[in-house]
Design a protein around this ligand. Structure first.
Ligand code: FAD
Ligand code: N01
Length: 531
């Protein structure tokens, strides 16, 4: 048994790194365990062509240190993956975080030890590290789904997963390539792969909405505005639903607005690019009639970009309201279907039957490929946590506790699992927001809980079952007030067969959520039991 640490942190993405820094600031002994061989989490694993942020980089960056803010220069509005990974490495070096991180090591189990008021954390090496607190910084989108296809093992070509892309890149020059999936990962990579591959076949089961990024260098004037007062800029972002500045018009009601005014507003937002079109009208996320107005606008934009009307029709979503699956932000996605070397296959009309030695067979056709890319998504929010054998006070696992879908108090703790925190866990705004701001809020909150326990010589904190139930009900009710539960999205767990259907993020907004957390703290950590 290794020496006991105050805080054991699982994961060395932005969450784990910032948590390690906060632990060090408080003089707590700490150990970070990371299964990858480097820091960066999402940006370490997802190296597929075209990978980049869909929140502007000026905002998708840490705000806790002004010097860090001043010294880092993003080159594009939406930074590409190599730059995001370089940023993560810069953070690790600048704050000397690496010594506390053990790479190439997986946490396989964590069992509560009542006698020690702490956790015994087991690594894949077999080593057990006792820890007073465990922080799961394991990521909302870090575990690919276990999706498999008949005959996959027979295929003689190369299979790539967007979320586990080779570190030295892939050259598709002259190759016949197939890609399965049309989520954000596919929508970012398809235009780039199409530029080099001899031929690209896209297998689509469900179309997604996508808006243009209008990416490019950050205009100098924007930089200057940002550098003049980043504090004010960030404060403004944190006071929003999504944790980024999106020019939300909270009193504009689409169904009461004349059509020409709506069109002008949506055109302006489309021209600006990215997610700005999501916040033009307050009713678009809650009223199907309002939502349809925006969805029709985007459908018309798809038709404008895609020359073949049949292909445009296939690319137009019909099964979910606009914004209820995470919309994509693209560079040239729809126009890619105008290329002679790109073909779209509709898996609803012609289902994928099996892989063969040379490619893929659908009900009606056979395709030969040198390589196939799986852009098939993640076991989101709960996947990384449930894959660890975490056993609480009664020996129950978190997976068992979440049999009907995740139940948490504030997305931070689970009843029956004392001294175990989640960063951006289910039941927090997390994936509906600029994640960096959510991560900072959570890490700072967890650090303040630990500091308070230590100041009061308390050994243990636990969410009460009542508080967990009330919060879970509140999350369910908040989601039910929106159109979000209507989609078969990964937010709902719908992309993993057998996964319970529950909207997994808190849909009340980062600003509201932060206020609630602060009120809980001000009432002496209401809903938590401290001993
Ligand atoms: P992660 O970055 O996922 O890191 C978790 C780490 O934990 C990983 O390195 C993983 O290897 C490790 N880990 C997990 N389980 C174990 C275990 N049992 N043992 C040891 N190590 C473990 N969010 C935005 O706000 N804006 C964006 O533009 C955006 N773009 C994205 C693009 C992609 C392709 C993806 C997949 C996600 C994107 N996200 C975006 C969400 C993104 O995940 C977060 O922004 C953020 O990077 C999460 O950081 P994290 O540290 O919480 O988790
Ligand atoms: O995964 P997804 P993703 N047969 O789940 C299809 C973030 N992110 O990696 O919809 C055929 O969205 C599936 O089809 P269907 C962002 O939050 C951000 O692309 O289930 N197809 C779908 O088309 C995002 O939302 C960025 O019918 C199958 C696709 O695979 C999240 O990560 C970039 C299938 C999966 O899409 C996940 O995105 C990348 C099967 N058996 C990721 N199984 C940015 O832009 C699945 N599919 C910042």
């Amino acid at each position: 048994m290794t020496d006991r640490v105050d805080v054991l942190i699982v994961g060395a993405g932005f969450s784990g790194m910032y948590m390690a820094l906060k632990a060090r600031e408080q003089g707590l002994s700490h150990q970070v365990i990371e299964v990858g061989s480097g820091v960066g989490g999402t940006w370490y694993w997802n190296r597929y062509p075209g990978a980049r942020v869909d929140i502007q980089s000026l905002e998708y960056s840490f705000g806790f240190d002004e010097k860090l803010e001043q010294e880092w220069r993003w080159t594009e509005r939406y930074a590409p993956q190599p730059e995001l990974l370089a940023y993560a490495n810069h953070v690790a070096d600048r704050f000397a975080l690496r010594d506390a991180i053990r790479f190439n090591t997986r946490v396989t189990a964590a069992h509560w030890d009542a006698a020690a008021d702490g956790w015994n954390v087991t690594l894949d090496s077999g080593e057990v590290i006792p820890a007073r607190f465990v922080v799961l910084a394991t990521g909302c989108l870090s575990v690919p789904t276990d999706v498999t296809f008949a005959g996959l093992g027979d295929y003689q070509g190369t299979i790539y997963r967007t979320s586990r892309w080779p570190h030295d890149g892939v050259d598709f020059s002259g190759q016949r390539v197939g890609i399965i999936g049309t989520g954000s990962s596919a929508i970012q990579s398809i235009p780039i792969i199409a530029e080099t591959a001899a031929h690209l076949t896209v297998f689509q089961r469900t179309p997604n909405y996508s808006m243009p990024a209008h990416n490019g260098p950050i205009p100098e004037a924007d930089w200057q505005e940002w550098l003049a007062d980043p504090r004010a800029y960030r404060a403004r972002s944190r006071a929003t639903v999504g944790g980024f500045w999106n020019e939300a018009r909270e009193v504009a009601i689409a169904i009461h607005t004349p059509p020409d005014e709506i069109k002008a507003e949506l055109e302006r937002r489309w021209a600006w690019g990215g997610f700005r079109i999501l916040s033009g009208f307050a009713d678009q996320g809650i009223d199907p009639a309002a939502n349809k107005i925006i969805a029709d606008f985007v459908a018309a934009k798809i038709r404008e970009q895609v020359k073949d009307p049949k292909v445009a029709e296939l690319l137009t979503p019909k099964d979910h309201p606009f914004g209820t699956k995470r919309p994509c932000v693209d560079t040239g996605y729809y126009a890619t279907y105008n290329r002679d070397n790109v073909e779209l296959v509709d898996l609803r009309a012609d289902p994928l039957e099996t892989f063969t030695a040379t490619g893929i067979k659908t009900a009606n056709r056979s395709f030969d490929f040198d390589a196939v890319v799986l852009a098939t998504g993640f076991d989101a929010m709960t996947g990384a946590i449930e894959r660890i054998d975490i056993r609480g006070v009664d020996g129950e696992t978190i997976k068992e506790h979440w049999a009907a879908g995740p139940e948490t108090y504030l997305g931070l703790m689970v009843a029956g699992f004392p001294n175990l925190f989640m960063i951006t866990g289910p039941g927090s705004p997390s994936v509906l927001t600029n994640m960096i701001h959510s991560i900072e809020q959570h890490v700072e909150y967890v650090a303040s809980i630990i500091a308070d326990l230590n100041a009061n010589q308390a050994g243990r904190i636990e969410a009460t079952r009542e508080a967990e139930q009330l919060w879970t009900d509140h999350c369910d009710q908040t989601a039910a007030m929106t159109l979000l539960p209507q989609a078969n999205s990964w937010y709902m767990g719908a992309n993993v067969p057998g996964k319970p259907r529950r909207f997994m993020a808190y849909a009340g907004g980062l600003h509201t959520y932060t206020d609630i957390c602060n009120a809980v703290r001000d009432k002496g950590w209401e809903g938590f039991r401290i001993a």
